[in-house]
Design a protein around this ligand. Structure first.
Ligand SMILES: [Zn+2]
Length: 206
């Protein structure tokens, strides 16, 4: 029995999504075929739009709609251009979504720098691929005196933090890493030993 070639191609295309293996992709593909055609075409249009209608702020790296960029200058977002941010601080994240989270949850008023992911040589992502060279250039050319690392606590995020840490030391820039450990309102008994060990070792005087 011959399976639809188009369906197989869709399943293969869906596996590029993070955390989606062949089985999940297959389920999604069958669901899409059964869905309302208008909704599927709308989804397809949205996917096309992100390849043609979205750009990055060249200072912080957050995503911008191309239409908004055209109204602004030099591909820079309003937050970088108009808000009176502290140029001496740069907070490094792995993703633009992390910038929104930090910005909405803290009173941090420095600049941001979004990497294009994290270091993972096994997947072909070295310093150049994730924009570390660009970060280094910025650290050298601007009057940055403090770098705050807000990469994830995954193995790749830690490797990325370690690499940037060395770079900042070589450039004589003060470097800090956001704290991680016990969540607010969290109970110790529910946490894994690695988290507790980290939180314990990173304790601070109160
Ligand atoms: Zn920006």
């Amino acid at each position: 029995m011959k399976e639809s070639r188009k369906l197989i191609e869709l399943i293969e295309a869906l596996t590029i999504l993070p955390g989606i293996g062949k089985k999940s992709a297959q389920r999604m593909a069958y669901q899409l075929i059964r869905s309302d055609k208008k909704m599927v075409l709308n989804l397809s249009k949205k996917l096309e739009d992100i390849t043609t209608q979205i750009s990055n702020c060249k200072i912080c790296g957050i995503y911008l709609d191309l239409n908004d960029v055209l109204e602004q200058t030099n591909d820079e977002c309003l937050s970088c251009v108009r808000e009176n941010r502290d140029k001496s601080k740069i907070c490094v994240t792995e993703s633009p979504s992390d910038v929104y989270v930090i910005n909405n949850s803290t009173d941090y008023n420095g600049y941001y720098f979004v990497l294009e992911g994290n270091l993972s040589p096994i997947d072909g992502r070295g310093p150049r691929e994730i924009g570390i060279e660009k970060l280094e250039k910025r650290l050298k050319s601007n009057c940055v005196s403090e770098l705050i690392l807000a990469t994830n606590t995954t193995v790749e995020g830690e490797a990325t933090a370690h690499y940037i840490h060395q770079m900042a030391i070589n450039l004589n820039i003060k470097i800090s890493r956001i704290a991680f450990g016990i969540p607010l309102n969290g109970e110790l008994g529910y946490l894994d030993s690695e988290t507790i060990s980290h939180a314990f070792n990173e304790r601070k005087t109160i």
